[in-house]
Design a protein around this ligand. Structure first.
Ligand SMILES: Nc1nc2c(ncn2[C@@H]2O[C@H](COP(=O)(O)OP(=O)(O)OP(=O)(O)O)[C@@H](O)[C@H]2O)c(=O)[nH]1
Length: 520
């Protein structure tokens, strides 16, 4: 394709038609034929549908984009590329004379390949009313005229990005990065998808692929030029080099997968359970962190009978807080017992546990909480111990209780004094929780969270690491070079599947693009 384009450029050069850089660039663009040229022109509302807003954006992409512009504006000339032009949009009619104004809009034409999709793209910035958008969309749809070879239809979910991929504007990791960026709800989610969106993951995967291909090439040389696959000392050296390089690469990929798995906690939201005896202030703590009255607060012990989940954006982190029933050992109340069982289960299934303690009671009064925290299922769980109601005590007494709690929990989590009534200590508690989340997601000053799609995670596990493991096993199986080389190929193909350069790419396209919104 590129050579084809060069050919066209030199042709124009030879006949002396290029006398300015502007003209040269224009010729390059005109010579470009997107690989999607045969597909219908697609259009869609790129902003939320059925909502009033100041502006709505309609995106059009494909070979009929300019035609649509001419028909809607009744103008014969194209607009200046990549400039905002104010235009009246009219309902297209057969005679093209009756002027039925649809809207006054800003329009912008992005000629391919310098557009998001690589095709000619037209964007219409119309007024945001539902009826306006509807009438403009309908008018575009009615321009579809198959008998004259003008194929126009409404876009499917993710189809603009699919065209961009098909025209090699992005690889699949970047495309998925765009989707995840759109889906990001919190600052930490936005940050963690940047590695995909800005192409750093793509570079990393390409680098791994290069190393694997290099190893594969060395093995192939041994197979092709070696003596009946018999490993003589030179060949053995090559094989050992490839083996140690594969081992290092495997470790790099495993580290990457660990970081991705940890960062996935941020994407789905960290589950945090508030655990404690009845009446210690769990619901009050949830309300103060949510800045809302989520849970009922009362001085009657056992007010919270069941678990209550609430998703909170805590300083940019998505956290699923769970307020639980107060836990105590001695109760005959059947409903309370069920509540305690559910609280225990929530605690076990959470990523982080916050143990709330009532300072006015002098610390923990029921050993059931301590037994729970020391149980097998809680052993590895990150903890924070919140000493609440400090407004009711003097600082000397608070210090004594804090020391006692540190001993009881054997330094397993920070002990943080707070008052849900006055708000004292809440800011420090939030900072401490955020640091815990960062530690869990392996984020520090040097490393930000990395997110990749479930699809990529599965391929890394099932293809890339599987292929490398099988290759490393081949040593044990008597150095069968042909088999070992096949295993490396398996890993290489896996990376190809990730970026979309794999031959059987069609099977993955459906998975990737079906999760997009229409208009993207
Ligand atoms: N003085 C003081 N009272 C508090 C504080 N936090 C909570 N309380 C009071 O303690 C009582 C119990 O608070 P809740 O938040 O309902 O406690 P809980 O742990 O959810 O209680 P259960 O639902 O019984 O498990 C209420 O009367 C609150 O007003 C605090 O920091 N200082």
């Amino acid at each position: 394709m590129f050579l084809q384009r060069l050919g066209t450029i030199s042709h124009f050069r030879n006949i002396g038609k290029l006398n300015s850089r502007e003209q040269y660039i224009r010729t390059v663009h005109n010579a470009f034929t997107p690989s999607t040229i045969h597909l219908p022109t697609i259009y869609a509302l790129a902003t939320p549908a059925a909502q009033k807003s100041a502006i709505a954006v309609i995106r059009i992409s494909g070979s009929s984009s300019r035609y649509i512009y001419h028909r809607l504006t009744r103008r014969k000339k194209d607009p200046t590329p990549r400039m905002m032009m104010l235009r009246n949009l009219y309902k297209p009619t057969k005679d093209n004379l009756t002027k039925n104004l649809l809207d006054q809009s800003l329009v912008s034409l992005f000629p391919g390949p310098q557009s998001f999709t690589g095709e000619d793209t037209l964007e219409l910035y119309i007024h945001g009313g539902t009826a306006v958008a509807q009438s403009v969309l309908e008018s575009i749809g009615k321009l579809n005229d198959r008998s004259n070879n003008i194929n126009i239809r409404y876009a499917e979910a993710g189809e603009f990005s699919k065209r961009a991929f098909q025209n090699q504007k992005f690889d699949l990791t970047e495309v998925e990065g765009i989707r995840d960026l759109i889906d990001a709800e919190t600052e930490s989610q936005r940050n963690s998808v940047l590695c995909s969106f800005n192409g750093s993951n793509k570079k990393l995967f390409e680098n791994w692929r290069k190393q694997l291909v290099n190893n594969e090439a060395q093995l192939t040389a041994v197979i092709d030029f070696g003596d009946d696959n018999d490993i003589d000392s030179d060949n053995y050296k090559i094989f050992s080099n490839v083996e140690s390089s594969a081992r290092i690469l495997k470790k790099d990929i495993e580290d990457f997968v660990t970081r991705v798995d940890r960062a996935n906690l941020l994407q789905r939201g960290l589950k945090l359970a508030l655990i404690g005896e009845p009446n210690v202030g769990k619901s009050s703590l949830l309300n103060i962190l949510a800045k809302d009255d989520v849970s009922i607060v009362s001085n009657i012990p056992g007010t919270t009978r069941d678990t209550i989940d609430r998703v909170i954006d805590l300083d940019g982190y998505k956290v699923i807080f769970c307020d639980t029933a107060g836990i105590r050992g001695n109760t005959d109340d059947e409903i309370e017992q069920i509540g305690i069982e559910r609280a225990t289960l929530k605690g076990e299934r959470s990523d982080v546990c916050v143990i709330v303690v009532d300072a006015s009671k002098g610390g923990i009064t029921d050993p059931k909480i301590i037994d729970l925290v020391n149980s097998e299922t809680f052993k590895e769980k990150p903890l924070a111990i919140v000493l609440n109601k400090i407004d009711l005590l003097d600082s000397e007494r608070i210090d004594i209780i804090m020391d006692h709690l540190k001993n009881t929990f054997k330094g397993r989590g920070a002990v943080l004094p707070v008052s849900c009534n006055t708000g004292e200590g809440i800011e420090i508690l939030v900072t401490e929780l955020i640091q815990t989340f960062k530690d869990m997601a392996l984020i520090d000053d040097q490393n930000s969270a990395i997110t990749v799609s479930q699809r990529i995670r599965e391929i890394l596990h099932n293809d890339v690491l599987y292929g490398l493991d099988a290759f490393l096993m081949s040593k044990k199986l008597g150095n069968d070079l042909v088999m070992a080389s096949e295993d490396l190929k398996y890993a290489i193909d896996g990376i190809g599947k990730i970026t979309g350069s794999y031959v059987g790419v069609e099977e993955v396209l459906g998975v990737v693009f079906s999760t997009f919104c229409v208009g993207k």
